[in-house]
Design a protein around this ligand. Structure first.
Ligand code: PLP
Length: 238
């Protein structure tokens, strides 16, 4: 029988998860925070079934995906075996996919426009599922990047809550790749504070310790846990 590589890759994913968890704990403690106040979201986009299962076996339960269809393929069946899974949508959502997203995800982190708030509200009424919502802020005002502009954030948060009845629990952002992340994390924390929001999804593999120092409650890590992402052709249109 041909030797399988899954044994060693499972070990290394489990090892990486353990190492990242201890870095999260140490940074939280050094910032005067409880380690349990920082949740690790494992970003499982493009990962193989072996990688997903290795993360599950290592006890990981919170996963982030950036496309609805891929997330369905990854998690629809696994969710039955692991009812304590938490699935978070961290990629842009088209209004016409709102119903599928609401049916699958527990948290949608990428609300960035009123039209999508309306679509999520309708989808919740139709499906009877009401995922919690984060508003994505384009803190760097980058033209190519999703997210509401900082100066338009308060209005969107208010209308998502009051007009559309969504459970807005926090904010999410992806700082510009070429800038220091700290000021962007600080801005996100300020917008959250003045809107009475507790959840801050910020920090990725390269900057999660900085994000924790600025108050991140959720760090979204892919490559630090799984290694480099396999390059896959983009064939699904979501
Ligand atoms: C892919 C992705 C991540 C994870 O990025 P890494 O650098 O691999 O940790 C985090 N957040 C979002 C929105 C992503 O799309």
């Amino acid at each position: 029988m041909a030797p399988s590589s899954s044994g060693s890759s499972q070990t290394s994913i489990a090892d990486r998860i353990a190492r990242v968890r201890s870095r999260i704990e140490a940074t939280a403690l050094a910032s005067g925070r409880r380690p349990s106040s920082v949740i690790l979201t494992a970003v499982s986009k493009t990962q193989s079934d072996d990688a997903l299962d290795a993360a599950l076996m290592a006890g990981q339960r919170v996963f982030g995906e950036n496309r609805v269809q891929e997330a369905q393929a990854h998690w629809a069946a696994r969710r039955k075996a692991f009812p304590d899974l938490e699935l978070r949508l961290i990629g842009p959502l088209q209004s016409n996919k709102a119903e599928d997203a609401v049916a699958l995800f527990d948290v949608i982190e990428t609300l960035d426009r009123e039209k999508l708030a309306e679509a999520l509200s309708k989808a919740s009424a139709k499906t009877g599922r009401s995922p919690r919502v984060l508003v994505q802020i384009n803190t760097g005002a980058e033209p190519q990047k999703a997210g509401v502009l900082p100066e338009e954030a308060d209005a969107l948060i208010t209308s998502a809550r009051d007009t559309y009845g969504l459970t807005v629990e926090g904010l999410m952002s992806i700082p510009p790749a070429a800038e220091a992340a700290g000021p962007h994390f600080a801005l996100l924390a300020r917008i959250a504070r003045r809107n009475g929001l507790d959840v801050l999804s910020m920090g990725m593999s390269g900057d999660f310790e900085t994000a924790i120092r600025f108050g991140a409650t959720h760090v979204r890590l892919g490559t630090a846990l799984f290694g480099d992402r396999p390059v896959v052709p983009r064939v699904l249109n979501d």
